[in-house]
Design a binder for this molecule. Structure first.
Ligand SMILES: NC(=O)C1=CN([C@@H]2O[C@H](COP(=O)(O)OP(=O)(O)OC[C@H]3O[C@@H](n4cnc5c(N)ncnc54)[C@H](O)[C@@H]3O)[C@@H](O)[C@H]2O)C=CC1
Ligand SMILES: Nc1nc(O)c(N)c(N[C@@H]2O[C@H](COP(=O)(O)O)[C@@H](O)[C@H]2O)n1
Length: 220
C-alpha cells in the first residue's frame, strides 16, 4: 500500500483554529489538486476528530473525474476510511451517506451496539487494537480489500500516529498565506510528538499554487 498524507496548513503550521472549525487554507487550484488526488486514490482517510469538526464528504467533486473512475471499472468515489477509537462518529455524519463505501476503524473495545449501528448504515467496521485503533493491522486489512493507494487528509492526531508507525510514504503540504496561531490549534502532526528518531523526509517538489506553496516530500 502507498500512503500519501495531504493537508493544508497556515504559514505558522496550523491546520485550523483553536476552535477546530474548518478553515479554507487552500485556494481554488489547490482544492482542485486535492480533488484530483482523491480521484486517483482507492480510499481517503481521516480521523474522527475531522469528521466531528468538518463533517466532510471525502468524495470527488469533479464529475469528469468520477466518470473516469467508472470507465476504469472503479466506483465513482474512492472508499472513505474513518479512524474512530472511541466510537464518536455521529450516526448522521456525511461520510455515512451512500455516495461511497465507508470503512470505520474502531478498537476491540467498541460496543457491539455502535458497531451494529454503523453496519446498519452500510459501513464496514474493522476492529483492531485493545482500546485504540492499531493502524498497522487496520491498514493491512484495507490493503487486503484492494486499497493500494490511501490518501490521508488529517487531522494532526491521526497524521502523527501514522508517522509514529512508519506508515507514511509521501507527504504533501500546502502552506497558505495566513497566520492562525493558538497553542491549542491543531498542527500537521500532534499526538505526543517525537523527542528523537524523527522521521526523515526527502524534498521531492516545490510548487507555487494560488497564494501559497505546495511542498512534497517522500519519507525515507
Ligand atoms: N487543513 C487541513 O488540511 C485539514 C484540517 N483538519 C482539521 O484538523 C482538526 C481535527 O484534527 P484532530 O483533532 O487532530 O483529529 P483527527 O482527525 O486526527 O482525529 C483524531 C481521532 O482519531 C481517532 N484515532 C483512532 N485511531 C487513532 C490512532 N491510532 N492515532 C490517532 N488517532 C486515532 C481518535 O479517536 C482520535 O481522537 C479539525 O480542526 C480539522 O478542521 C483536518 C483535516 C485536514
Ligand atoms: N487540503 C485542504 N485544504 C484546506 O484548506 C482545508 N481546509 C482542508 N480540509 C479538509 O478537506 C476536507 C473537506 O472535505 P469535503 O470537501 O467536505 O469532502 C476535510 O478532510 C477537511 O478537513 N484540506
Amino acid at each position: 500500500m502507498h500512503v500519501v498524507v495531504n493537508a493544508a496548513m497556515s504559514a505558522d503550521g496550523k491546520l485550523s483554529t483553536r476552535e477546530r472549525e474548518q478553515v479554507a487554507i487552500s485556494g481554488p487550484d489547490d482544492f482542485d489538486r486535492m480533488d484530483r488526488l482523491r480521484a486517483e486514490s482507492d480510499a481517503v482517510m481521516v480521523g474522527v476528530g475531522t469528521v466531528i469538526a468538518d463533517d466532510p464528504s471525502l468524495t470527488v467533486d469533479d464529475a469528469a473525474r468520477r466518470a473516469g473512475r467508472e470507465e476504469a471499472g472503479d466506483p465513482p468515489n474512492p472508499a472513505r476510511v474513518v479512524a474512530d477509537s472511541r466510537v464518536r462518529t455521529p450516526p448522521d455524519a456525511t461520510v455515512l451517506d451512500d455516495r461511497a463505501h465507508t470503512y470505520l476503524l474502531v478498537s476491540q473495545a467498541a460496543p457491539p451496539d455502535f458497531v451494529e449501528q454503523m453496519e446498519d448504515a452500510g459501513a464496514t467496521v474493522i476492529a483492531t487494537g485493545q482500546d485504540r485503533v492499531e493502524l498497522v493491522t487496520a491498514l493491512a486489512k484495507l490493503e487486503g480489500d484492494g486499497v493500494d493507494q490511501l490518501m490521508v487528509e488529517g487531522g494532526g492526531e491521526l497524521i502523527f500516529s501514522l508517522f509514529e508507525e512508519g506508515l507514511v510514504d509521501e507527504l504533501s503540504v500546502y502552506v497558505g498565506s495566513s497566520v492562525i496561531g493558538g497553542r491549542d490549534a491543531p498542527t500537521l502532526a500532534d499526538g505526543d510528538g517525537f523527542v528523537d528518531s524523527f522521521p526523515e523526509l526527502a524534498l521531492s517538489d516545490v510548487e507555487r499554487i494560488d497564494d501559497g506553496v505546495l511542498l512534497r516530500w517522500t519519507v525515507a
